[in-house]
Design a protein. Structure first.
Length: 108
């Protein structure tokens, strides 16, 4: 595993630890609004809430990653077309200049 890949994995780990911690905090805050819950009900609800929150985060990350992949492919295709057009334009200009120079030299 290269250093770049290791850093990406570490970033992912830190991100998901933050998401898990945030989900637990939100679940606890949500359950504090219902003081009538028993301890087992509160624990169960906190667990369900946190799981749902983390799954929402996973789904969002997957969606964003998929869209990033789509955009990358679109931009790469546009870049290839632009590069081809630029190359054709440059070669056409070089050919026109060379032809003009050749004609000018032939008249001398």
């Amino acid at each position: 595993m290269g250093a770049e890949q290791g850093i990406r994995r570490l970033e992912g780990y830190v991100y998901w630890q933050y998401e898990f911690d945030q989900a637990r905090r939100e679940a606890a805050a949500f359950c504090r609004q219902m003081p009538s819950l028993s301890t087992s009900e509160r624990q169960r609800l906190e667990h369900l809430y946190a799981d749902a929150r983390v799954e929402t985060a996973r789904s969002t990350v997957r969606h964003i990653a998929g869209r990033c992949t789509e955009l990358r492919a679109e931009y790469e295709a546009r870049y290839r077309k632009l590069k081809l057009k630029t190359t054709v334009t440059a070669l056409t200009a070089i050919a026109a200049i060379s032809l003009g120079f050749g004609i000018a030299m032939a008249r001398i």
